[in-house]
Write a protein that binds this ligand. Structure first.
Ligand code: GDP
Length: 445
């Protein structure tokens, strides 16, 4: 699968790292070198690789890591953060026009997956209550209009196309007329499929650019085949210069691509990836989430399980950092787990509680503290992906089932843990506001 090899390589790198209690500069350099090679082998553009590894190195050598409870895990976290950053950071949603119709133009090379995407997008929009109109402005390829007609039928949406057999036609005219048509017929979104060529050429760019000028789209989505590897950057840049685009769609992420295109394009063009296409079917399509993609690349569920939690003694710095978390209300499942582990590792629960603001009075409650419960909690949280740990709201039914399976527990136990965490998080807010907490997040399951 896409990223399969990259994931394996990174996983191997981190496995070596986990054996270290603390990291020397040469450990960091070695790790960064391996990451660099893995990325280059995955066809990630050199400039992107350089920037990426530079940032990872700088952060891995900083105090952030030196003082961490578990430096190796901290490095994984940094790599994750930086991956999210080169994939665009925050999720970027499709933008709709204030005055409908919202006009979406598709551009890209022939075979990139534009026509298929038009159908996917239309179906997705229709499901969301929109009324999309597909427009066949690809009059280059003999079969394109027919193909879009079939796709529209499958998606159950309307199509605007020149009569078949009506000669070559003028794609700019078709695109322009389609907007007027959409207005009179009350379509709220218009998806304009344009022609692609096998390679970038001037005439193609001119045509796409003319269509863009004629219809002034709200979004221009550049569709790129994730399989094209090193050519991704050149192609993306050519389209950026020739037509420019507001967002990227990565197609064929289900294939055996090495993933370099995905990792390079957002960063090189400064345009966000908005959707990912993952198959030939019209439902094989999803909004793109940089954080989820990063977790997928790092296979974090596995890596973090590999990197055993540090069995280090209680650390005063950590307690202070935790107290800081409470006051900023960014308490996550990871923090919850860390807290539990510290409780176990240090043996002296009361000492830690005494150090945390507002927790002194919990001491008696700790007598009922159960060691086995921590082990269970650990197993469950370690079966979560990083994204899930940072946002417990992601934990829907199917994720909970997966986590239960992964940790050898039941969904009921996972539910109970999430409930307790949410109580604890609520309590942290109370503490942060100077209130008196009730339960230290460790009542009986
Ligand atoms: P266009 O020339 O840009 O309009 O590309 P098409 O939409 O005709 O797609 C070209 C080929 O790629 C078709 O055979 C599609 O079925 C296939 N295709 C499109 N998107 C995907 C995808 O996400 N995954 C896979 N595996 N195939 C895709």
């Amino acid at each position: 699968a896409t990223f399969g090899n990259l994931s394996d390589r990174l996983s191997e790198t981190f496995k070596n790292l986990r054996k270290k209690g603390s990291l020397s500069a040469s450990d960091v350099d070695g790790t960064v070198r391996e990451i660099r090679r893995a990325l280059l082998d995955a066809d990630v553009a050199l400039d992107v690789v350089k920037e990426f590894t530079g940032k990872v190195r700088e952060r891995a050598l900083s105090d952030e890591v030196n003082k961490a409870l578990n430096p190796a895990q901290q490095v994984v976290q940094i790599v994750n953060d930086e991956l999210v950053a080169i994939l665009g950071g925050q999720q970027r949603r499709l933008e709709f026009a204030k005055n409908p119709p919202t006009v979406i133009m598709l551009a890209g090379l022939q075979g990139a997956g534009k026509t298929t995407l038009a159908g996917k997008l239309a179906k997705w929009l229709a499901k969301d209550g929109h009324t999309p109109l597909l427009v066949a402005a690809d009059l280059q390829r003999p079969n394109a209009v027919t193909q879009l007609t079939v796709v529209a039928e499958q998606a159950g949406v309307a199509i605007y196309a020149p009569e078949p057999g009506n000669g070559v036609g003028d794609p700019v005219r078709v695109a322009k007329d389609s907007i007027a048509y959409a207005k009179t017929k009350q379509f709220d979104t218009v998806i304009v499929d344009t022609a692609g060529r096998l390679g970038v050429d001037a005439e193609l760019m001119k045509q796409a650019s003319n269509i863009r000028k004629a219809i002034d789209p709200d979004e221009v989505l550049f569709v790129i085949d994730a399989m094209i590897g090193q050519d991704a950057v050149k192609t993306a840049q050519a389209f950026q210069e020739g037509v420019d685009f507001t967002g990227v769609v990565l197609s064929k992420l289900d294939g055996d691509a090495r993933g370099g295109a995905a990792l390079s394009v957002a960063s090189i063009t400064g345009r966000p990836i908005i959707f990912a296409s993952t198959g030939e079917g019209l439902d094989d399509f999803e909004p793109f989430h940089p954080d989820r993609m990063a977790s997928r690349i790092l296979d974090l569920g596995d890596i973090l399980t590999l990197i055993e939690q540090a069995q280090s003694a209680f650390d005063e710095e950590e307690a202070l950092a935790m107290a800081e978390k409470f006051s900023t209300e960014t308490f996550t499942l990871d923090d919850f787990l860390k807290q539990m582990q510290q409780l176990r590792n240090m043996g002296s629960i009361k000492k830690m509680m005494g150090m945390l603001p507002g927790m002194g009075q919990m001491k008696q409650q700790l007598d009922s503290f159960d060691e086995r419960e921590i082990v269970r909690t650990e197993a469950i949280i370690q079966s979560m992906t990083l994204a899930e740990r940072q946002n417990s709201k992601l934990l829907n039914g199917s994720r909970r089932l997966r986590i239960a399976r992964g940790s050898g527990s039941t969904v009921t136990e996972v539910n109970a843990l999430v409930n307790r965490f949410e109580q604890a998080a609520k309590m942290m807010k109370t503490v942060a506001k100077g209130g008196v907490p009730q339960i230290p997040g460790m009542g009986p399951i």
